[in-house]
Design a protein around this ligand. Structure first.
Ligand SMILES: [Zn+2]
Length: 219
């Protein structure tokens, strides 16, 4: 409760006690209760004191705000979507814009929260888009090519590019070494591993990207 609310419940002599405990100039009494509350509120605010829920006066920063209702979890919508409907969704999920974007599984705005775009041959996902809040997937199914060997080639002269080219979303947190490494390859399609390393690119991101299909070897 506020100091004003707390003081309102008190008798005049109690208010005077609180006032005098923190005021530079003590008073005997106030002309009326309204003045008593107003002036005592000012003194308590100055002293950084606040009443808690049981009218105990404490340092203001120790008084915890009453717990507000937790935000209601968005309603899941995936049950209502068929396989075909999931196929047809774009990067906005069941929304139509950046603002209304919504993961079809958990209802969160995945564009604000985190999401991934997976290209062909991605091995951990079934569909192109993944919500990082619930790991739900939607969009077209990933087409896997039959490849003889999935062992990424990481020789120094191997040329690397981002799957999806300049339109691919950088899946890493902005500012991270992985984000920079991904951006480096995206900005120079066909960069060799040697050039990548010379430019300070993070090798682990490159090998991982090749492994999970975010990056590809240019032949
Ligand atoms: Zn989700």
């Amino acid at each position: 409760m506020t100091n004003e609310q707390a003081l309102t419940t008190m008798v005049a002599s109690t208010i005077v006690e609180f006032h005098n405990e923190y005021a530079k100039q003590p008073v005997k009494k106030f002309s009326d209760k309204e003045t008593a509350i107003r002036r005592t509120c000012a003194v308590l605010a100055e002293a950084g004191m606040a009443f808690d829920e049981i009218c105990q006066l404490r340092k203001a920063e120790e008084v915890v705000e009453p717990i507000t209702e937790p935000a209601k979890a968005p309603d899941p919508v995936a049950e209502s979507l068929s396989d075909d409907e999931l196929d047809g969704l774009d990067e906005f999920g069941v929304g139509v814009s950046e603002k209304s974007a919504e993961c079809p599984h958990c209802g969160i705005n995945h564009l604000g929260n985190g999401w991934q775009v997976h290209g062909d041959d991605h091995r951990c996902s079934e569909r192109v888009f993944t919500c990082l809040a619930c790991n739900g997937e939607w969009g077209p199914k990933i087409q896997r090519r039959k490849v003889e060997s999935r062992q990424p080639r990481t020789d120094k002269d191997v040329k690397i590019a981002v799957v999806g080219g300049k339109d691919a979303a950088n899946p890493y947190r902005e500012g991270s070494a992985s984000h920079k490494a991904f951006a480096l390859i995206q900005g120079q399609p066909g960069i060799t591993r040697a050039e990548f390393e010379a430019a300070g690119g993070r090798v682990r991101t490159m090998t991982h990207g090749l492994k999970i299909g975010q990056l590809r070897v240019v032949r």
